[in-house]
Design a protein around this ligand. Structure first.
Ligand code: SAM
Ligand code: SF4
Length: 502
């Protein structure tokens, strides 16, 4: 008798046509990649993608809880889905991701029409939980910890990638830092690195089907492997050393804190067919010379660094528990710029952290100007329950003050980005094409090695995944405009990366 991955007996189902799923993702790249894993689990269970909510049998909201407005968006969307479910009672609604991890009971209470709730550590159970809900009613399952060795570790799950020419690869889950504003450690758990050989094997597989760009993902990528080497040092028989840590670390018997991230970068950059390697996010306190050297020496590693500053004020940085001062941050940035020619640098900044004064904020503006960023993600501080900073309401910055600082910061960031982008006018850039521009069908869109969006007109099609040389004719704060010089390589990928398990 045929069984699906969720354990359902296929013969027992009244309708044999495949069920359709639709996933709506809130939040960052990490969440977007979790959604690709979720899609992989569903497809391994026999489901197919729907084109939208209206033709879906299952709608999943993959949530984020980094900032508060995500909560509001979730409950708004759930309200809309309830009216849909009233009209189509067979529709299943599920909530996964980090807001589900944090707010499991709240979701149940505020939206009892939700069929299944799962957390960040049990995406592998998603299809099975939907089956349970279909049989016996609403179900919630949240694991408190990631399971390092289990097939449930996110990167061991099947994946259905959105793009075929470029791929995100999880190298680490969780975070061992304790930034005072941040809820990630509470909802994603402790830092667990994926074994070295598993990462390289996934990149090998992707390159074999024509993927040309990979982005390594983790909350704190420079500390990749710290947990693996610690475990090996205390127990040399823990696992096969080279599969866990790569051959360079394994061959060296001296027990020391050699950073594995730079070695991983080099190994991935050495995979035949991979032309671009990116990563996000490194923590400034852990950015090391070895990483800069790898970026400088390996042609495939892109000249792009996302180095979150958060604040330019030393007292605020101390209150955030970031582990560096503004001067130290600028030293690290200078080291990276000195080592890597033509480096594009972006950052994250929070305004209105509890206790931030006008003088603190003025210092942030100074550091931002000095850092000459190519762009920045800017945020107004949002208290997250359970974090250190949220326990100091008496120090909260008034919303109108924070909003005004936010606007002033935006002006300084955009000025710096415009200067950086204008300086590229007249250069010919290598662009990896992403397809037609969503806003203007006459334009093709792609990205430079620094990760900058470039729009250029073309009356003939240039397919996604192709490489082109583009002459930059104009710089704007958030993109470049150019003219096509020539297409240098056509895509190598097959149209769709098949569902794969690594
Ligand atoms: N691990 C990354 C790092 O340390 O750079 C950050 C991950 S977090 C998903 C992305 C960004 O969200 C942070 O760099 C920070 O600027 C912002 N962020 C996190 N918590 C926040 C909060 N409570 N309020 C406002 N912004 C926040
Ligand atoms: Fe959050 Fe800090 Fe960890 Fe980044 S490094 S995920 S900001 S705790």
């Amino acid at each position: 008798m045929a069984m699906s991955a969720s354990g359902r007996t296929l013969e027992a189902l009244p309708d044999r046509s495949p069920r359709r799923y639709f996933i709506r993702t809130f939040g960052c790249q990490m969440n977007a990649h979790d959604s690709e894993r979720l899609a992989g689990v569903f497809e391994a269970d026999g489901m197919v993608a729907a084109s939208g909510v209206d033709d879906a049998d299952v709608v999943v909201l993959n949530t984020c809880c980094i900032r508060e407005n995500a909560d509001n968006k979730l409950y708004g969307t759930l309200g809309h889905l309830k009216s849909l479910k009233d009209r189509r009672p067979g529709l299943q609604i599920a909530v996964g991701g980090c807001l589900a991890q944090k707010d499991r009971e709240v979701i149940r209470r505020r939206a009892p029409w939700v069929d299944a709730v799962w957390g960040t550590h049990n995406v592998d159970r998603s299809a099975a939980l939907l089956a349970v809900a279909a049989q016996s009613g609403p179900v919630t399952e949240i694991l408190e910890e990631a399971q390092a060795d289990a097939a449930a570790f996110p990167s061991a799950l099947p994946v259905r990638r959105e793009q075929a020419w470029a791929a995100w690869i999880t190298i680490q889950v969780g975070c061992d830092n304790k930034c005072a504003f941040c809820i990630v450690p509470a909802v994603r758990g402790r830092e667990i690195s994926r074994p070295f050989a598993a990462v390289v094997a996934e990149v090998d597989q992707l390159a074999a089907v024509g993927t040309v760009e990979v982005t390594l993902l983790g909350q704190n990528v420079n500390s990749y492997g710290r947990d693996l080497t610690t475990a090996l040092r205390s127990d040399p028989d823990w696992r096969d050393r080279s599969a866990t840590t790569g051959t360079a670390w394994a061959a060296d018997e001296r027990p020391r804190a050699r950073p594995l991230f730079a070695e991983l970068l080099r190994a991935v950059a050495g995979v035949e067919g991979v032309r671009r390697v990116r990563y996000t996010s490194p923590h400034p306190k852990d950015l090391r010379r070895e990483t800069v050297a790898a970026m400088a020496e390996e042609p495939a590693i892109c000249e792009q660094l996302h180095l979150p500053l958060q604040s330019g004020s030393d007292p605020v940085l101390a209150g955030m528990h970031r582990g560096y001062t503004a001067a130290r941050y600028l030293e690290k940035l200078a080291m990276a710029r000195a080592g890597i020619a033509d480096l594009g640098v972006t950052t994250d900044i929070i305004v209105g952290f509890p206790g931030e004064t006008d003088a603190d904020f003025a210092r942030t503006l100074e550091v931002v100007a000095e850092a000459r960023y190519d762009g920045a993600y800017t945020f107004i501080y949002s208290p997250r329950p359970g974090t250190d900073a949220a326990r100091q309401p008496e120090r909260f910055v008034a919303p109108d003050v924070a909003a005004e600082r936010f606007e002033r910061l935006k002006v300084v960031v955009e000025r710096s980005a415009l200067a950086a982008h204008s300086a590229r006018v007249g250069r010919v850039e290598e662009v990896l094409v992403e397809g037609r521009s969503k806003r203007d069908a006459a334009m093709i869109t792609g990205r430079t090695r620094q990760g900058k969006l470039v729009h250029f007109p073309s009356d003939r099609p240039v397919p996604a995944g192709a490489f082109a040389q583009v002459l930059v004719t104009r710089g704007a704060p958030h993109f470049l405009v150019g003219e096509l010089v020539e297409v240098t390589a056509m895509p190598r990928h097959r149209t769709r990366i098949p569902v794969a398990t690594v």
